[in-house]
Design a protein around this ligand. Structure first.
Ligand code: 6R9
Length: 647
């Protein structure tokens, strides 16, 4: 932890208007000691229809949990992201869309964004969508994905974006869980030079007997050709053809839900986290502006997918609320080849790039190629999110991508937190490679041991957060009890993040990764329980256990132990069928990297699988198994070691 520390002055790019470190410290102190006054002031950064008079009303006590911010204020999120910029900046580009193919691009002005959003909002109204109704958005990375989100926000419908890589099964589960009445999708998804069918996943989900709530399916035509649609579905362009490009924004209460986003937990099915309107937007816009020291008009590119929280907060809501020009990229970083990211930066003169360590490592693995054929001189700030960034990847990002001129902004946060929480501020915070540095305003990190005792000073423990912040999720849709149990019951009066963390002598935070049964594969969250339940649904599998192991590019790889049904002959075809099964059942992201057949799993005498042992074998650290005295059958472990795959 005695890493090199970079002062702000070590970077060539200075940041006009950035806070000094002393100003940050003073503001941080104020935000913690006097949150009401602090957020009364900063809550004004967005436009309210009826201004709030109450600011903070929160308690993390599990018997009296409540989280309300700006609770008597009203607003409309889409009006904040669009209408308020029109008077003076209607012609400014809101979205630069870069297609999968390098010769496709589109500039969408704030006026055009307004018109498209209003037309779709009117179209949705025509379909009977009302305030509070749930709408599933299953879209490629095209501007229409953002239009769909903002159209829902405009009329007060609650969107739930489902990542376009997810399976029919995952779509169906989400529709059922939130009882959605409309799905918005597209015919195809373009990635890496291929047009992949997308809508057929929705068709498969809708064909299921238990999917009963969907009344309409709107299809965006993203292909050169047009399929025949069944009569139960409508083309986006047909639906909006006669719709007016004006639609009065619905007046929403600050605490009305804006969206539901599903994410994996350590147990059970994915949880639908509910984010509300006022606090979320204040947090999205304030973090986006302060962290990147953003000024309107700068070209900003967050290379995430709108299907993840990063895409919600830092492609759509935060940037648009701040009158940014936000880049949306349809394709993949390696198509046509590894030079693409640099080429996009030069082509659009991107000042701020925000991406994930897994993407950085993938480029790094290609050596110099990624840096060829582009100057990247427009870059001012480089951001990272999604998983811990190893110091080697940090250095490579800093030296090769940013040519040692740009600060690396490592932002730690979660779907649940709504926006960045532990993060440097560009032009303000000194940096140490691999550390997310210091907390944002009102974020109060603490480290606790497994008994919940708070650890002082330099320490390592479980990361919890004391006190609320405006952007935090308010509930799990349809299961508030699970929300309380998951986040507020492990330790008293604090929010439990599920992450482990170290604090160094300077008070800097270093996230060490999940301490629960959640994997982080290429920055995507996956619950081991979800993968296990998919595996045991395979007809030849009796039992399964899933663990993560260190993977050079993905951060963590998926290692699967499976016990076949008695009498099953294990073969390469069977292994392949298991791999394909999970891929299709859940998502390509969840595809197992290694599948080890095991006649038995290591269990305690009470029948609990000892994952600690499975993790060690998967990491090829089988000589460090620790205490195995509670194993019911020690011979099981010898077999596991003998047949281990990661050598
Ligand atoms: C935004 C997002 C959340 C989990 C989180 C942690 C990991 C995210 C990180 C990081 C270390 C960072 N994580 N950012 N770990 N350094 N800068 O990724 O949300 O998909 O919900 O994942 O990702 O483990 O708990 P989400």
């Amino acid at each position: 932890m005695n890493a090199k520390c970079y002062a702000v002055s070590d970077f060539e790019h200075q940041h006009q208007g950035a806070l000094s470190f002393e100003q940050y410290q003073a503001m941080y102190k104020e935000s913690v000691e006097n949150p009401d006054a602090f957020w009364a002031e900063h809550g004004k950064r967005i436009d309210w229809i009826k201004p709030f008079t109450k600011v903070k009303n929160t308690s993390f006590n599990k018997d009296d949990l409540h989280i309300k911010w700006f609770e008597d204020g009203t607003l409309n999120v889409s009006a904040n992201c669009i209408d308020r910029h029109l008077a003076e900046h209607a012609d400014q580009t809101a979205i630069i869309w870069e297609g999968d193919s390098p010769d496709q691009q589109q500039h969408v002005s704030y006026q055009q964004l307004h018109d498209e959003v209003c037309k779709l909002a009117n179209g949705l109204k025509k379909l009977g969508v009302q305030k509070g109704d749930r709408v599933i958005i299953y879209m490629p990375m095209v501007p229409q994905a953002a239009y769909a989100m903002l159209a829902c926000a405009r009329i007060g419908a609650v969107h739930s974006v489902v990542f376009a890589g997810f399976s029919p099964h995952a779509i169906a589960d989400r529709i059922i869980d939130c009882q959605a009445s409309v799905v918005i999708t597209a015919d195809v998804n373009r990635r890496g030079g291929k047009a992949l069918p997308l809508k057929h996943n929705v068709d498969e989900a809708l064909a299921r007997d238990d999917v009963t709530t969907i009344k309409h399916c709107v299809v965006f035509n993203n292909d050169d050709k047009q399929l025949d649609l069944p009569s139960s579905q409508v083309w986006w362009h047909e639906l909006t053809k006669d719709c007016a490009p004006v639609c009065a924004p619905e007046e929403m209460n600050a605490e009305d839900p804006l969206f539901i986003l599903y994410t994996s937990g350590s147990t059970g099915k994915p949880k639908g986290l509910v984010h509300t309107s006022g606090g979320y937007l204040v947090w999205a816009s304030m973090t986006h502006q302060k962290i990147f020291n953003y000024s309107p008009g700068e070209i900003y590119w967050c290379a995430a997918d709108v299907g993840w929280i990063t895409g919600h907060t830092y492609i759509v809501y935060g940037p648009l609320a701040n009158r940014a020009t936000t880049v949306m990229f349809e394709g993949v970083p390696t198509y046509p080849d590894e030079r693409r990211i640099g080429q996009i930066i030069d082509k659009h003169q991107v000042s701020i790039l925000y991406t994930a360590p897994t993407a950085i490592r993938a480029l790094m693995a290609k050596g110099e190629l990624a840096a060829q054929d582009s100057t990247r001189d427009s870059l001012r700030v480089l951001g990272t999110v999604g998983e811990p960034i190893n110091p080697e990847a940090w250095q490579w990002y800093y030296e090769k991508v940013g040519k040692t001129k740009c600060q690396i902004i490592d932002t730690w946060w979660q779907t649940e937190t709504g926006g960045a929480m532990i993060t440097p501020l560009a032009g303000t915070t000194p940096l140490k490679p691999g550390s997310a540095t210091l907390p944002f305003f009102s974020v109060q990190p603490a480290l606790v041991d497994s008994d919940g005792k708070e650890l002082a000073g330099e320490a390592e423990g479980n990361l919890v957060l004391k006190g609320s912040w405006p952007g935090q999720a308010r509930s799990i849709y349809g299961n508030h009890q699970r929300f309380i149990e998951t986040y507020f019951s492990a330790y008293e009066n604090v929010y439990f993040t599920g992450d482990g963390c170290k604090r160094d002598a300077d008070g800097f935070y270093w996230i060490t990764g999940r301490v629960d049964d959640v994997l982080n594969v290429s920055g995507h969250r996956l619950g081991t329980a979800e993968i296990e339940s998919s595996l045991v649904a395979h007809e030849m599998i009796a039992e399964a256990a899933v663990v993560g192991y260190p993977h050079d590019i993905k951060g963590q790889g998926i290692y699967v132990y499976v016990t076949p049904i008695a009498g099953t002959e294990v073969s390469e075809e069977l292994t392949k069928s298991v791999r394909d099964w999970v891929r299709k059942d859940l998502s390509p992201i969840a595809t197992p990297d290694m599948i080890q057949w095991a006649p038995g799993l290591p269990k305690t005498r009470s029948g609990k699988i000892m994952r600690r042992i499975l993790r060690k074998v998967a990491a090829n650290e089988y000589d460090q198994l620790g205490d195995t005295s509670t194993l019911a059958d020690p011979s099981v472990v010898d077999n596991l070691i003998e047949n281990r795959l990661n050598r």
